[in-house]
Design a protein around this ligand. Sequence first.
Ligand SMILES: Nc1nc2c(c(=O)[nH]1)N[C@H]1C(S)=C(S)[C@@H](COP(=O)(O)OP(=O)(O)OC[C@H]3O[C@@H](n4cnc5c(=O)[nH]c(N)nc54)[C@H](O)[C@@H]3O)O[C@H]1N2
Ligand SMILES: Nc1nc2c(c(=O)[nH]1)N[C@H]1C(S)=C(S)[C@@H](COP(=O)(O)OP(=O)(O)OC[C@H]3O[C@@H](n4cnc5c(=O)[nH]c(N)nc54)[C@H](O)[C@@H]3O)O[C@H]1N2
Ligand SMILES: [Mo]
Length: 795
Amino acid sequence: MNRRNFLKAAGVTGAVLSTNPLLAGEKKLKSIPTASNVGAFFGEVDESGKLVKITPQISDKDPKIPWSEAWIDRVYNPTRIKYPCVRKSYLEAKGIKANSKPELRGKEEFVRVSWDEAIKLVLEKLQSVKPDEIYNASYGGWGHPGLLHNCSATAGRFFNTVIGGAITMDGEHSNGAAGKVNTTIVGDLEVYSLQTAHEVILDNTQVYVMWGADILKCNQIDFKVANRANNPYYDKYAKSKIKFITIDPQLTPIAKKLNAKWIKIRPNTDVALMLGMMHYLYTSNQYDKNFIQNYTYGFDKFLPYLLGKTEDKVEKTPAWASKITGVEESVIKALADTFVKNRTFLAGNWAMQRAHHGEQADWTLMVLAAFIGQIGLPGGGFGFSMHYSGGGQASSGVMLPAGLPQGKNKVRAKIPASRISEAILNPGKKIKFKGGELTYPNVKIFYNVGANTLGHQPDANSLIKALRTLDTVIVHEPWWTPTAKMADIVLPATTTLERDDISYGGSYSQDYVYAMRKVIEPLYEARDDYDVFEEMAKMVGVREHRKFTGGKTKMERIQGFYDRSDCPNYMSFEEFWEKGFLSFTPDESAYKYVRHADFRADPINNKLRTETGKLQIFSDKFDSYKLDDFKGHPIWLEPDEWLGDKEKTKEFPFHVVSPHPTYRIHSQLDNCFVRKLYKVGNREPVLINSNDAKKLGIKNGDTVEVFNNRGSLLAGAVVSDDIMSGVISIQEGVWYDPESLDNPRCNAGHVNVLTNSISTSTMAQATTANTCLANIKKVDVKPYKGIKLPVVKGA
Ligand SMILES: Nc1nc2c(c(=O)[nH]1)N[C@H]1C(S)=C(S)[C@@H](COP(=O)(O)OP(=O)(O)OC[C@H]3O[C@@H](n4cnc5c(=O)[nH]c(N)nc54)[C@H](O)[C@@H]3O)O[C@H]1N2
Ligand SMILES: Nc1nc2c(c(=O)[nH]1)N[C@H]1C(S)=C(S)[C@@H](COP(=O)(O)OP(=O)(O)OC[C@H]3O[C@@H](n4cnc5c(=O)[nH]c(N)nc54)[C@H](O)[C@@H]3O)O[C@H]1N2
Ligand SMILES: [Mo]
């Protein structure tokens, strides 16, 4: 088959099939290789074209949890959006705000409309406003890891090439605080950088500190295609002589597996703990003077602060740190002794910077690592991504294309991740940001593709309030998520199994390219986001259509991505597409990679990309911003809500942490059978310490209400000794489900009805989901039947 014919065959019918040897006996099933952010697998399809079985590919190193298998339930799920829908009043008012009753968003029924009608309505609306009045709420890329159909890429490309741009988010939820400061401090984001290889850790590390880093749970999925190849390493870790320490308000399963010593820390107080350790290392003369002198800048400007010789006159002693953190003074000293006397690796998490003053967390940890002096030594120093997308795996170093280019956005206005609700409610308001100023734009249209904004945004009730003031809310979604329910116009999207794409994985190992082949035909009236955007581009004009497609078909794009990959084991695209993947082995040297080894070996020629070429304990640039809540060197600042606040804890005595879910990607998979593995009475579990539970008369399995001034939720109690007293933990990502139209209490346990929408500081303006106090009590309520679907008239 020549290339052109092949493209035709694959594009039109998706009919090139391969045989999976594992299924030799089951002749009737067609086996189609594909991949997703929860793993690579073969979709087994019966004669009627129905997906009936999932067989993991060999690259999936731990298919125990039914991550991939869940796709069957997910694609055929009753929560699928079947048709384009428009909110009733919006349709009747033809989208005119004065009559469309925006306050009824999320409360009113929908009406089924044709695709032609829906697309016309969307496009007319977009053309009735200016690009800088449209907020493109497509976020990140957790919806879909394909290079073509990535939701933010398709949406971004549409707005930039066809509409004249749109307002976007500045920063991100994952690393919003660190992301704005780490480059100035060490010349690199660090949070996404290549990590010291597992082999180096196993051979050299004596003490491994999981500084809130959940290296097991968070590594089960991948921003690209998950391989779970970290899991076998953890078996080796468990058998090794490495001494593990976990600093976390809760004892994670991986900490248990690695027999880690558990340091129970009050949430949001890590910076104080680090300062206490540094004070001790300095006064006991154990800090690494050589390292400080040769590899860092600004020690002399930081020291007076550490020793209490600046304005605050507070010496940051271990005793001082103990009062703040709840960690005993002797333990703080012992930890610091252990760190300097052994080859110690500090694995930092991201959750501690997703908190008030989160900018300080990574910075202080890096300065502590500098005091210890092992940065750049095999198995020493720090890493901020050992828990993410397979961090620690050797990298093939193969260059893989970035995906569909978005083009240039002519709209310059952006909204920091934490400020979305406030910005919608206060157009024109000025705030401080990154040392400068930012003016909120005037958002009229909220356009959401591939994000569950009502899921991910802290203080959900303030977001709901804001959304109910807008002119128009448009959502593309495969499923009736809480965000889709809040829309005026809902467009049903295909899932990854209903279209062709290409991706690679894992994010760090970069050792596989995957054909993400279409396994089944689109269900109901679902369309690819790409096709919807292309259709609108066509309606705008020939030029715009050409700009959007670049003159290429989808299949040509996919092959183009493949051809641009710099693959050592290159095979023809046809062969690759048939086989489903292409793999390459990293070089020997990749297994020996030590982060910052180059800098350590030669700090002059391999200087860091910072103001001074060194690690900035002090930054003159930051200092020049003259901010109250962010200074030239790391500092301890009390969080807005924390267990050390005597006043606020009277009413709300528990600190709520909201970690990432064990069996979901955020809100994804909340609608499938996997929920049976962990829900309590059909609701999200809340982890509570056994002594706390006893005092409150709460037993395992009880339904409880968790509440504060921002909102309340119902959850199922899990009484445990794996969480410290005073802290409760509810995973993020539950599908928000208000008890009734007039009662916003969340029946399903969505933690963001409780969380805080204040920002980290006037520097990064990042989100602070982990800075949250609440109270908890046992309640007697009706059983929860599960997600309610909206009424769709005419369906
Ligand atoms: N309390 C609290 N809140 C948090 C966090 C926390 O730690 N605590 N963490 C934050 C972080 S770090 C993140 S990254 C965010 C994540 O926030 P999101 O990225 O918004 O989370 P997801 O639930 O993964 O949302 C992806 C959405 O894309 C949809 N989707 C999948 N495929 C397609 C497709 O092909 N087309 C379309 N149109 N849609 C598709 C899915 O159904 C899903 O609704 O949450 C943040 N929120
Ligand atoms: N299974 C799964 N894995 C994921 C994701 C998912 O949704 N599901 N999401 C991915 C994404 S988008 C991201 S951003 C990363 C998130 O990576 P992280 O933000 O690092 O992960 P979290 O699960 O939020 O938190 C990890 C641990 O931090 C602890 N913690 C909370 N507050 C504090 C604190 O103040 N101090 C200390 N020391 N510890 C604290 C929590 O108790 C938890 O055990 O995970 C990625 N991996
Ligand atoms: Mo994230």
